[in-house]
Design a protein around this ligand. Structure first.
Ligand code: UD1
Length: 417
């Protein structure tokens, strides 16, 4: 197991090229099983979760090749409709294969999902929607068994705009008979990215990225070449790190148009930000100021995934801010570690009250989930003294060589085994 050693207090100065989006590449890789031919995907980040998704594809019989950040999937050898327990436990987002496998072979058998320990994360909305498309579902010995003689398009109203459920419905309905409409669909940019990839394969999806998505079933999909969108959460994490260290950073290969809520908060807190197509420039203007309240919301609201890295930045900003977590019920696991560094944070149910202190102090820290781990990196970069972060395997699920990107910007950070 590796650890990150960070000597804090050094302003980040430099340029980082933003990696491809984890939350986009995972459903897009799942979608390749429906293709009639090879798919070529560019800008695929090297991440633990992507490696695991590749492994799922291989266990299903597909061939996966990687050349740098390009991944080629050949689904020709597809021969299994099961995702076994070890892979489902390792990565909850494997549930996204459900819709794709059912479309491919009319049957799917997946173990109940696991993933980051940030709450219950049920899949009832996925299963209810699949039933509405004509899938019969039963559970047996911890496995969900799905069968569909014929998938039939219909109107599906989501009780909550779930990202995963919206994606699973698109994957299950893309070759269904007739038209499917999703009402109250999730609007995250990664959904529009998946739809653009499916359309490149020959699908007929309109409205993705809005609350009302229409999917007209087609007979079959072909292979396609596609470039994954930039990761808006990773981009915002590096901006937070620059702002927390009183630094200056250029992000290239970014998509500022997908980051409105996060850029707004950074500006409100006092950072100077300029954007042009694909580039974001942040320059700190001294100590940040906390704004009064920050609520996590579905897109285009403030994303739950950036709540913890931004809280690490708020820990040393002037004044008080209340973070309200509306999406996941257990997403304050980083707070205890920030408090160990000297932060003044009190959690009450789904709210965390952060009163900014002048300095955090480096110490031994444990990452317990992906974004909470990134928050510890942000805090350690701004802290006085040395921090040692374990649990780096969580951070590696979503950040490609985080120590290299940060070291290229002057940070004193290294990985030790
Ligand atoms: C995706 C992202 C994750 C992000 C989240 C919210 C991926 C791989 N992961 O996760 O990084 O934090 O969106 O933006 O894209 N819910 C139910 N029943 C369901 C499904 C969801 O109650 O069947 C609830 C969840 O418990 C949670 C909320 O809906 O409280 C949001 O979940 P959802 O949007 O589905 O998130 P994920 O797709 O799991």
């Amino acid at each position: 197991m590796s650890k990150l050693i960070i000597d804090g207090g050094v302003p980040l100065l430099g340029e980082i090229r933003v990696q491809g989006a984890k939350n986009s590449v995972l459903p897009i890789l799942a979608a390749t099983v429906i293709a009639g031919d090879k798919c070529v995907l560019h800008n695929c980040p090297r991440l633990r979760d992507v490696d695991k998704t590749d492994l799922v594809l291989e266990r299903l019989g597909c061939t996966v090749e990687r050349h740098g950040n390009t991944v080629i999937v050949d689904p020709d050898g597809f021969c299994s409709c099961e995702i076994c327990d070890d892979l489902m436990r390792a990565m909850r987002s494997s549930i996204i294969f459900l819709g794709a496998i059912i479309t491919r072979c009319g049957e799917a058998r997946v173990s109940m999902p696991g993933g980051c320990p940030i709450g219950l994360r049920p899949i009832d909305l996925h299963l209810k929607a699949l039933k509405e498309l004509g899938v019969s579902i039963h559970e047996e010995h911890g496995y969900i068994i799905c069968r569909a003689k014929k998938l039939k398009g219909t109107d599906i109203h989501l009780d909550f705009p779930s990202v995963g459920a919206t994606e699973n419905i698109m994957l299950a309905s893309v070759c269904a008979e007739g038209t499917t409409t999703i009402l109250n669909a999730a609007r995250e940019p990664e959904i529009a990215d998946l739809a653009a990839f499916l359309n490149a394969m020959g699908a007929r999806i309109t409205g993705a990225g809005s609350s009302f998505v229409t999917i007209r079933g087609v007979k079959k999909l072909s292979g396609a070449e596609y470039t994954i969108m930039p990761d808006r959460i990773v981009a915002a994490t590096y901006l937070a790190a620059a702002a927390a260290t009183d630094g200056e950073i250029f992000l290239t290969g970014a998509d500022p148009s997908s980051m409105g809520a996060m850029l707004h908060v950074l500006r409100e807190m006092g950072a100077r930000i300029n954007v042009s197509s694909g580039t974001i420039h942040l320059k700190s203007r001294g100590r940040l100021k906390n704004i009064h309240i920050l609520r996590t919301m579905p897109y285009p609201g403030f994303p739950t995934d950036i709540q913890s890295p931004f809280m690490a930045m708020s820990a040393t900003a002037e004044g008080t801010v209340v973070y309200v977590e509306n999406i996941f019920e257990n997403r304050f696991r980083h707070v205890d570690e920030l408090v160990r560094m000297g932060a003044d944070i009190k959690v009450e149910g789904r709210s965390a009250v952060v009163s900014g202190v002048k300095t955090l102090y480096g110490t031994r820290l444990v990452a317990r989930e992906l974004r909470g781990g990134a928050a510890l990196v942000v805090a350690a970069l701004g802290a006085e003294g040395t921090s040692e972060i374990s649990g780096v395997e969580y951070i590696d699920r979503g950040y490609e060589e985080i120590e290299k990107s940060l070291a290229d910007c002057n940070a004193c950070i290294r990985r030790v085994q």
